[in-house]
Design a protein around this ligand. Sequence first.
Ligand code: BGC
Length: 455
Amino acid sequence: MRSTSVDAARLPRLPSEFLWGASTAAYQIEGAADEDGRGTSIWDSFTRRPGTVRDGHTGDVACDHYHRFDEDVSLMRRLGLDAYRFSISWPRILPSGAGKVEPRGLDFYDRLVDALLDAGIEPTPTLFHWDLPQALEDEGGWLNRATADRFAAYAAVAAERLGDRVKRWITLNEPFVHMSLGYSLGVHAPGRTLMLGALPVAHHQLLGHGLATAALRAAVPDARVLIANNCTPVRLRSDARSDEDSAAATAYDALHNRLFNDPILLGSYPDLSHYDMTDPSWGGVVREGDLDTISAPLDGLGVNYYNPTWVTAPTDPAAGLPFDLTEPQEPYQRTTCDWPVVPDGLTELLTGLKSRYGKALPPVWITENGCAQPIGSHDQARIEYLAGHIDAVARAVARGVDVRGYFTWSLLDNFEWAEGYHQRFGLVEVDFATQLRTPRASFEWYRSLIAHQRS
Ligand code: BGC
C-alpha cells in the first residue's frame, strides 16, 4: 500500500463546497424497538431466530439513539459535520408497511431533523436501510412486485412530513447487499437462501427506487434524490489471468456493480447471460416501462466503498455461479472484519465509473466508507484508513471525477448486522452497557480534517 500522511493538514484540499458527513442506519442505532407504535421489522424477527447473529445480539436497544439523539447531534456539531446521513425506519412510520401511519414515528424524525438544522447540519435520510416491515415480508418482501409500490407510498408519507426541511434524499441503501446477503445467502434478514432465485429482488428494489424518486419529487419539488449503491472494483489475482478468469471478473462485475448502476444510469440491464438470464424480461419480472421509471434522472449517485473483490474462474462450474471469490496475494492490512485495506481501490472505482458511464454519471457522493478496528486500540489504524481513502477521493477528483462529498461509516459503534456488537466502526466508542459515548482519536482527527479543509 502506498504510504499516506495521516496529518490532516497535509491531505489534498477538496473543493470548498465539498460536503463532509457521517452515516448511520436506523436499526443499527435507534433501539426503542417497541416504542411509540413501531411495527416489527424483518430484523426484529431475524435476530430472534437462534444462530443468526453472533451471540444472539439484537438491535432492541442498540445505541438508544431514539432517546439520546440530542447528545449524538451535539457530537456531530463538535465534529463540524456539514451533513448527517441517517435512515428512516419504515415500520416506525407505517407499522404494517402500508396503510395506517404512526404519527409518533414521524414526530421522532421531525425532532431529529430540527435538532440537526439547529446545529447547522444538513439532514440526509435514507428511506430503506434493510429494515423492511415484517408484514410486507409476510407477503413476499422484495420478491413481491407490490413492495415497490408500498415503498413509493411510504416515501410520499415521509416526504410530505419532512420535505419542507429535508431536501436531499437517498432512496435505498445497497440493494446489492440486501439481495445477496438477505435473499441469496441468508446471512442477513430475511434469511432466505435462494441463490440466483433472488434476482427479482434486484428489479423490485430498483423499481421501488424509481417510483419513490417520482413520489419524492412530487412532494418536494426541489428535492435532490440519490441512491446509495455498494460498489467494488473487481480484481484478478496476478496468478489468475486466463480468459476464464477474465470472464469470471466480467460476470461478477455485472452482478455486483452493473446490475444496480446500469438500469439507473443507462436505462438497461447488463448482459446477464453468464447467469443463464437470456430472457430480457427475466421470465416476466421486468415489465414494459419499468426501465423508464428506474432511469429517471438522479441528482447524484451515492457510492459505498469498503474494498475491492478478487475473483477467479469457478473451480466447479456445475455449482451454479460463474465465478469464485478469492483472496488477494498482497499482504494488505486487515480490519477486524478481515477486510483488506485498499485505498487505491476507491480511486480505481471512481475513475472506472467515470469511464464506464461518461456523461451519464451524475455527481458522486461517497455515502459510506470506514473500518472496524479493535475496541480499546489507540485508533491509529482507523485514522490511517480514513486518511488513505480521503486521499484516494482527492486523486479521483484530480482526475476529473465529480465527487461532491464524503460520509464516513460510522458516527457511532453500532449493531453490525450478523456480527452483532462485535465490530466497531465508530468515530465514537459506545459502551453498550452504560450507553457512554467516548470520542476516539479518529473523531478528533476527522474534526481537524474538516476544520482544515474549511480554513
Ligand atoms: C452497510 C452498513 C454496514 C457497513 C459495514 C454497509 O454494507 O450499509 O449498514 O454497517 O456496510 O458492514
